[in-house]
Design a protein around this ligand. Structure first.
Ligand code: CU
Length: 660
């Protein structure tokens, strides 16, 4: 049998031309890739939960901590032991070869103490030749497009009929999600770079159209020049203590780059943190002994599908729909609008199990799925639906720091990229009890509402289950404060806004009947006016200003709306935008769920100048135009676009052609 890996190896050795029609038609490729592993066959709760260690720095000092972190390809046991291993990508410290993992080690940082990271793209083989993508890459989206060269990078490319799409060297650029980062350190989608491979084709663009500008800015600021195949970013850590994460952000390629594995937590402590011992701890720290016990545990929850060979499986338009997309110039041949994996993977293992003591635990919940919404609860019966929660999940924080007060949830809603900082109290659970973290979010698109009423919950036998807890007796005392008695640090509020922007989430049918999701503004009659990534910049706040954004969702789906640079406040929801947010949404956020037909009103303060982005964090949407520039203009600069008309000046470096 021809395995997917052999196909990919052939692609690497022979190049795209050798792969395309000769013996491998679209349907042949579909056959080869269509040996999916039946998720129901995978035994659950046989692997212990992996807890990512702290990322080792290469230097620490009073000025900053310094890291050199690469992304590499390797094999890891994601399926249970004795099942095939999986080829993935992941980050690790180049000075510590054993540190590479999926998920990556967590960067442990302190408020007020900067972190500098040199991010190296090492997607190369042992000879230093570039590795192609693990997954099919659609070259027709408005994407990084290295083969376009200097003139056509960061634009739509063309498809040569190869069912695997683009097989060249893979762009990477890392975004610290939720970070208050200067523009050159933000991981802008057009600041990607290829690995410094031995065999880079001559005519490809080796970096995105924003790379050079940001490299100069960083050199001016720090005196340090980025080496080829890398970028150095500095994070000031001048924000509240919170749970951030880092992942790839390459233009039009994020869904596949993130799906392949590279992601990690960035745990920002200190600042307004509570005194040691008040919250359950510790979390992993540098130089921990191997037997260290943790009571503050990050949980990266993702859905993944596998082939029978254990490789990652990601659908493409060929093998899923069988539609003859290629005959329509405006329909991407490979891109799919949504991904729903068949298994649940927590910290890089399918359905792991965690032995907990009869005490309190802090869990940093992160939805790292491409487009799946999670509705999580703790139950004793893993398959009963509706789920019958037996322990509350106490939310103490959201994306950007602590809530005003702890909020008990029977069921936690977590959209892609969102974090919930939670406490679960196992103190009164008898030893020997088995509990389950289950998911009642849908396997399909999510439009809000209640599981079992408004949509079918995820398959209770597979994607409806996440993690098992096995409760044991406590070996020591638990000094942490019960969540119902916790007093959380005061929540700073933003001042009055200088401007209200009216924005829209839209769906637009193409002439061939495919649906595209687009951000946009409103026209003079209050209707959604969709705009693409390359259209003139409309969201241009002035440096130092505070703005209210009213985001009207004209689609039937929930979209997680993410703004770079800022942590914002949610002011209101509902048809009026005046419905008070739920208690769990009353902290700082960087990603907010915008429900269908509602107005989601947020308030943000923009205090860093330059080029950023705002986008839907359903990665399939983000990659296909559901992203717009966000440019913070210096005070006294050109007139800021008012968000009501798309006629503002284009940002420098923004491609001028339509993505078509
Ligand atoms: Cu979306």
């Amino acid at each position: 049998m021809v395995t997917r890996r052999r196909l990919l190896a052939a692609g690497a050795a022979g190049g795209a031309a050798a792969l395309a029609p000769a013996g491998l038609t679209a349907s042949g490729r579909a056959l080869a890739a269509a040996a999916p592993l039946d998720a129901g066959d995978i035994p659950k709760y046989v692997s212990p939960l992996r807890i990512p260690p702290a990322m080792p720095p290469v230097a620490t000092g009073p000025e900053r901590d310094t890291y050199v972190i690469a992304v590499r390809q390797f094999r890891q046991q994601i399926l249970p032991p004795s099942w095939p291993r999986t080829t993935v990508w992941g980050y690790g410290s180049t000075a510590h070869p054993g540190s590479f993992g999926y998920p990556a080690p967590s960067i442990v940082a302190r408020v007020g103490h900067p972190v500098r990271v040199t991010w190296v793209n090492q997607l190369v083989d042992s000879r230093g030749d570039y590795l192609p993508h693990l997954l099919p890459v659609d070259p027709t989206l408005h994407w990084a497009n290295p083969p376009g060269g200097g003139a056509n990078r960061d634009r739509a490319g063309s498809w040569d009929g190869n069912p695997l799409g683009y097989r060249g060297p893979v762009p990477q650029v890392v975004h610290l999600h939720g970070g208050h980062s200067t523009q050159e350190s933000d991981g802008h989608a057009e600041a990607w770079y290829l690995p410094a491979a031995r065999d880079l084709p001559r005519d490809v663009a080796v970096a995105g159209s924003a790379y050079r500008e940001f490299r100069s800015r960083f050199a001016e600021r720090s005196g340090l020049r980025w080496a080829p195949g890398s970028a150095t970013f500095e994070y000031a850590n001048d924000q509240r203590s919170c749970t951030l994460w880092y992942h790839d952000h390459s233009l039009g390629l994020t869904r596949e780059n993130v799906y392949a594995g590279p992601a990690g937590f960035y745990l920002l402590g200190g600042g307004d943190d509570l005194p040691d011992g008040v919250l359950p701890g510790p979390a992993p720290a540098r130089d921990d002994p191997p037997e260290a016990r943790y009571h503050d545990i990050p949980l990266l929850i993702q859905d993944r599908s596998f082939t029978a060979d254990g490789d990652l499986l990601y659908p493409d338009a060929h093998s899923t729909g069988g539609e003859t997309h290629s005959s329509h110039a405006d329909v991407p041949p490979i891109w799919v609008s949504r991904f729903s994996g068949s298994t649940m993977v927590v910290n890089g293992r399918t359905w792991p199990t965690l032995t907990v003591q009869r005490r309190r635990y802090r869990f940093r919940l992160l939805n790292g799925c491409n487009s799946r919404f999670l509705l999580l609860s703790v139950v004793t019966n893993a398959t009963a639906r509706p789920a019958r929660p037996v322990l509350p999940v106490w939310q103490i924080g959201g994306d950007g720091g602590f809530l005003p007060e702890p909020v008990p949830h029977e069921r936690v809603t977590l959209g892609p990229a969102q974090r919930v900082d939670a406490i679960v109290d196992f103190t009164d659970v008898p030893a020997g009890t088995e509990l389950y973290l289950v998911n009642e979010g849908p396997d399909g698109a999510y439009g809000g509402g209640r599981p079992g009423v408004d949509f079918p919950p995820a398959d209770p036998r597979t994607t409806g289950q996440v993690l098992r807890f096995v409760v044991t007796d406590a070996t020591g005392t638990d000094p942490s404060v019960p969540p119902e008695h916790l007093r959380l640090p005061a929540h700073p509020r933003l001042g009055p806004a200088q401007r209200v922007r009216r924005l829209s989430l839209n769906e637009r049918m193409s002439s061939s009947g495919s649906m595209a999701m687009l951000l946009g503004v409103l026209d003079e009659r209050g209707r959604g006016l969709p705009l693409r990534w390359s259209d003139p910049v409309t969201e241009q706040p002035t440096l130092g200003s505070t703005e209210v954004w009213e985001v009207r969702n004209f689609t039937r789906q929930v979209h997680p709306v993410h703004l770079h640079q800022v942590q914002f406040e949610l002011l209101g929801r509902g048809h009026s935008g005046r419905v008070r947010p739920d208690p769990g949404d009353r902290g700082w956020m960087d990603t907010v769920l915008a429900y269908p037909w509602e107005v989601t009103r947020i308030k943000a303060h923009f205090d860093l100048p330059g080029r950023y982005a705002w986008h839907c964090h359903l990665l399939e949407h983000e990659d296909n135009e559901m992203m717009r520039p966000l440019t913070v203009l210096p005070r006294g600069g050109a007139a800021a676009g008012d968000g009501g008309s798309p006629g503002g000046p284009a940002a420098p470096g923004t491609a001028s052609t339509d993505a078509g």
